[in-house]
Design a protein around this ligand. Structure first.
Ligand SMILES: C[S@@+](CC[C@H](N)C(=O)[O-])C[C@H]1O[C@@H](n2cnc3c(N)ncnc32)[C@H](O)[C@@H]1O
Length: 257
């Protein structure tokens, strides 16, 4: 009896590791957290490959109701908890593992690729990234400045910044790269610290790790006008560039007309 945390990788049902697949096929219950990221396949595709029913959990199920829905079951059964990307690259899942440990439930971890390392396809070295930050959907009376502050701090240290964009998969809502840039420009207009403007060079990325990734590099005002196709999306603002990073970035550069 155990709770297995299994990373699914970045693209489709086929990105699960062989180790992960063998475990899932032997589990009594299979849960997928469906609120922190998005795969490019359907739940049915997963079920077909695993030969198991996959129950999708929302944030409340995974956080507040975890004991009843996941942990109690894992005391008497083999339970798989599937995470898109890598298992602990969203803070909430480490908490579930700690809770399982405290309840003396046996756990096993199966890692996979994450967006946190997938961004290396841009040519920017993962070692040269600073703190990662997220841009939440703007809400009335709540427009946090954290992403701007993190960008400022990383820039002071010459480091690249990965900005993850808010998603609400249950409602098929994904923040676009254009809206993310608008959020940063709005904060800049209030703070006026010259951290980010329409001429700032940045990378818009969609579906990294899939067969149809889109990566575009250029001035913010140009990136905002681009069509990136389907989500998930992220935005990267490079810091100080090594000459080799600069060379690779040219592959993605938008030609100014
Ligand atoms: C909170 S992170 C979850 C990280 C996930 N557990 C992982 O390891 O990749 C989710 C955010 O990362 C970004 N993201 C995830 N996968 C992506 C991909 N394949 N391409 C571009 N951005 C992606 C999106 O901004 C998305 O909202």
């Amino acid at each position: 009896m155990a709770l297995y945390f299994i990373g699914l990788g970045l693209d489709s049902e086929k990105d699960i590791t062989l180790k992960g697949l063998q475990i899932v096929q032997n589990c009594d219950h299979v849960f997928l957290e469906g609120y922190t990221s998005k795969l490019n396949c359907t739940i049915k595709d997963l079920e077909k490959l695993y030969g198991k029913e996959v129950k999708v959990l929302n944030r409340k199920d995974t956080e507040e109701n975890a004991e009843k829905i996941i942990l109690q079951k894992a005391k008497k059964n083999n339970v798989a908890f599937l995470v898109i990307g890598d298992i602990f690259s969203a803070t909430t899942h480490l908490d579930l593992w700690v809770r399982a440990k405290k309840m003396k439930i046996k756990t096993k971890l199966v890692h996979n690729a994450s967006i946190l390392t997938g961004v290396s396809v841009t040519g920017l070295q993962v070692y040269n990234f600073g703190k990662t930050t997220s841009i939440p959907f703007p809400q009335k009376n709540w427009e946090p400045e954290t992403p701007y502050k993190v960008l400022e701090m990383n820039q002071e240290n010459g480091l690249h910044t990965l900005l993850l964009l808010d998603i609400d998969p249950a409602n098929n809502k994904f923040m676009s790269i254009s809206d993310a840039i608008k959020v940063l420009l709005k904060i800049e207009s209030k703070k006026n610290k010259k951290v980010f403007n329409k001429d700032s060079m940045c990378l818009g990325c969609a579906r990294i790790g899939s067969d149809s990734p889109v990566i575009k590099y250029g001035k913010a005002k140009k990136i905002m006008t681009q069509n990136f196709g389907k989500p998930p999306y992220c935005l990267i603002v490079p810091g100080k560039l090594h000459f080799f990073e600069e060379e690779v970035l040219h592959f993605w550069e938008l030609v100014e007309k």
